[in-house]
Design a protein around this ligand. Sequence first.
Ligand code: MD6
Ligand code: FE
Length: 216
Amino acid sequence: MTQDLFGELLPEPTRENLMEGAVVLRRFALAAAGQLLNDIQQVTAQAPFRHMKTPSGHTMSVAMSCCGEQGWVTDSRGYRYQSEDPASGHPWPAMPESFRNLAGEAAAAGGFAGFETDACLINRYQPGAKMGLHQDKDEQDFSQPIVSVSLGLPVVFQFGGLKRNERPLRVPLAHGDVVVWGGPARLRYHGVLTLKAGGHPLTGACRYNLTFRRAR
Ligand code: MD6
Ligand code: FE
């Protein structure tokens, strides 16, 4: 057993290989979760959660914010990374140390030593929110992995193939779970099924997801 900030005993992380290039590190972020959630509050006090619009004009059900040198945005002009928050015109908030450390440690544990993230997308799901199947392909270098951290309410994640029409695997993700994917899995379609109502002691009625990327 390991201990968190408050001396609570925590079950050890375990590893689950999903497919070549993709691994779920169960509970890997559990010990850091309290700090990560505090830092989400700090970041989103500066760059508030917002529901962005897709290029086709749909408002996303997931609320988003970003931190780090680059942030991911979508609007009528398309999907892209940029160094300023379009809501304020200011640079995105700096990446908190807790975020950067966890991303590097998880990437290394998942087989991608030396990962240096420059962009963190913060997703907030409230009951009813979902994310349709998509590929993460706005980054410059697909040899860099993505590290994805789940906090709060559980959800079912879908891991598909390299074509949208391949039937996806369904993988439940819980508080503290981290997915690392890269290599041959890097461009797989993936998404999140509709979040069910519930309550979590640390996040209340929501799920947060941090995805760490190397954008540039
Ligand atoms: C989410 N995640 O878990 C959304 N993308 O809420 C993603 O879209 C994602 O978890 C690339 C790699 C891992 C992910
Ligand atoms: Fe994604």
